[in-house]
Write a new protein. Structure first.
Length: 186
């Protein structure tokens, strides 16, 4: 599997150095983004292409990097890797809280970058295998009849089907017939 990597850095020498290190790794395609977006809307435009990894220099704009990290952690399968020439423990902690798992120091060490890319590739492959798995099981049980479990389960199943755009199966084991069909208007 070839990883698609974008490098976001305002400094052309640092971008070139990062690309030089990354180009030593097999099965990667690299795109340099020569400017640092000014807000999250600009990031959304830049990241319209499907990248597996975005390598960002946090020295360009620390707060925007933190915002991007939180956004990608919540809404994307894209992995964010951050590097900085000024390692600041407070920044590292904030990045970790925002969901960044790979934080590197500049100048980039080829061995560290290779190890980080291998970890990212394994996480992506694992997520891909998991998404193609047999699915998940959610069980809703009530302590007594009439407490609303069927309503919650039916609404959850509808929301899950809409969000995942995948197949969803709802089984009502309430005897003798259950009433999930009534909740769904069937």
């Amino acid at each position: 599997m070839t990883l698609r990597i974008a490098i976001l850095d305002t400094d052309s020498q640092r971008r070139g150095a990062a690309e030089g290190v990354l180009s030593q790794i097999s099965d990667v395609t690299i795109t340099q983004i020569p400017f640092f977006p000014q807000n999250m809307d600009d990031f959304a435009k830049v990241l319209q292409s499907p990248y597996d990894v975005v390598l960002v220099n946090a020295d360009c704009d620390q707060q925007l990097t933190l915002d991007l990290a939180a956004n990608l952690a919540d809404n994307s399968r894209t992995e964010l890797m951050v590097y900085s020439s000024r390692p600041d423990m407070q920044l590292v902690i904030q990045l970790m809280h925002a969901g960044v798992r790979e934080i590197l120091t500049a100048p980039l060490d080829p061995a560290e970058v290779t190890a980080a890319i291998e970890r990212v590739a394994e996480r992506i492959a694992s997520a891909h295998r998991e998404s193609r798995g047999n699915g998940r099981l959610f069980v809703f049980m009530g302590c007594k009849g009439g407490c609303g479990v069927t309503t919650v389960a039916a609404n959850f199943a509808l929301a899950l089907a809409q969000e995942s755009e995948g197949k969803t199966l709802l089984i009502d084991l309430g005897l003798p017939l259950g009433d999930a069909a009534t909740n769904l208007g069937i």
